[in-house]
Design a binder for this molecule. Structure first.
Ligand SMILES: Cc1ncc(COP(=O)(O)O)c(C=O)c1O
Length: 375
């Protein structure tokens, strides 16, 4: 079986992980959160990215909440998000008392459609919140220009795009703030939960840093300047991520090479009703590799019969989910998001795939596209 996410993702790091647990667990200071490892991890990541500040916190969802809270998003405010994507995009907005406004997506890249995002702007819009989801970054130059023209704050949900670089600028650094998620399966996943906020704005960084630890400023405990959250970062995760950081470019390159190979193999499949993502390296992070086909379920079954696991992100657009139905204006449709939820199938692209496995996957997709049932 070729798994969608490799179960042995940290196999080469087990000894180091156990050593870190031993070291931190037995250290005289008994410091398990927000200690020296976290501070060093934040500094190294900031240096690596060329950004002014990095604030480590408990998850990508929490990072998004801290940013939006620090920007003062609350009741009466609207935040524009894509109608197709992960729940935290809209849930973080709702949990702050604000209103998510859903814009449709580009039918091919499946990221927010800038024209539709602009059409969603009202006098209540506070934040434009694009997310880079299916390996392709949103059109940040256009979104930036729209945000500037309408006086909106621009936040980039780069949770799954760590490592993508668009026109020389990394994902996360196009807006006023960005974030990365470290859940195991992400491009810089860890053996647990975690996330970071990245920003060049020192005031925003200061506010986020306070909010992540109950509104304290890090100098004196039990002095609460604002009401915050418990979103502290774990020392074991920090030490483990410091250990994994130098290998990140190599793992990203492996993902990108597999994607290059798929792009080559799948280039002629569009006429057979199987559409691969636009090829290339600019603005890409191959966290997933997602095909579009009207015969999505048949493709998934075909791959499964060959021992290859596919993954459906996401079976419904956000406004069609029960949780967010109250934020879907009556009669409003999101045709591209609806189409994507019917057609998208992601195939394995993780860095532990061997060349032979990538070839087996590509062969299986090509056989399906040219086989019976093709349009
Ligand atoms: C685009 C996007 N934003 C935010 C998140 C939330 O990250 P986390 O799972 O670390 O809370 C995810 C998680 O999958 C995501 O895909």
């Amino acid at each position: 079986m070729i798994e969608f996410f490799p179960p042995d993702i940290f196999e080469g790091d087990h000894e180091t992980l156990f050593e870190i647990i031993r070291e931190i667990g037995l250290a005289p200071e008994q410091r398990f959160i927000l200690g020296d490892h976290t501070a060093r991890f934040e500094r190294e990541l900031a240096l690596n990215l060329g950004v002014a500040d990095v604030v480590a916190c408990s998850s990508g969802t929490s990072a998004l909440t801290l940013i939006l809270h620090a920007m003062g998003v609350g009741p009466g405010d609207e935040v524009i998000v894509a109608a197709f994507g992960c729940a935290p995009l809209a849930a973080t907005v709702v949990n702050l008392g604000a209103t998510p406004v859903f814009a449709d997506i580009d039918p091919w890249t499946m990221v927010i459609d800038p024209s539709d995002a602009e059409a969603c702007v009202t006098e209540r819009t506070k934040v434009l919140l694009p997310a880079h989801v299916f390996s392709v970054m949103a059109d940040m130059p256009r979104l930036r220009e729209i945000a500037e023209r309408h006086g909106l704050r621009l936040v980039e949900d780069s949770a799954v795009a760590q490592g993508a670089v668009l026109d020389g600028r990394p994902a996360g650094l196009w807006g006023e703030a960005g974030l990365y998620s470290f859940v195991q399966v992400k491009s810089f996943g860890t053996a647990g939960e975690g996330g970071v906020v990245v920003t060049d704005d020192p005031e925003l960084a200061r506010a986020v840093r306070m909010l992540r630890n109950h509104g304290q400023d890090g100098r004196r405990r039990f002095l609460h300047h604002v009401i915050g959250y418990n979103s502290r970062f774990d020392e074991i995760q920090a030490a483990f991520q410091l250990h994994r950081l130098p290998g990140l470019p190599q793992r990203l390159e492996r993902r990108a090479r597999i994607a290059d190979y798929y792009a080559e193999r799948f280039a002629g499949l569009a006429e057979h009703g199987v559409l691969a993502p636009p090829p290339g390296r600019n603005g890409r992070c191959y966290y997933v590799y997602t095909l579009l086909t009207e015969r999505r379920d048949a493709l998934r079954d075909h791959l499964a019969r060959q021992g290859i696991a596919g993954h459906v992100y996401y079976p419904r657009p956000l406004p069609a989910q029960a949780a967010f139905a109250g934020y879907a204006p009556a009669g409003r449709r999101w045709p591209a998001a609806e189409q994507a939820s019917r057609r998208a199938l992601s195939i394995p692209v993780h860095p532990l795939l061997t060349d032979a496995q990538a070839e087996r996957i590509a062969d299986a997709v090509c056989t399906f596209a040219s086989g019976p049932g093709r349009p």
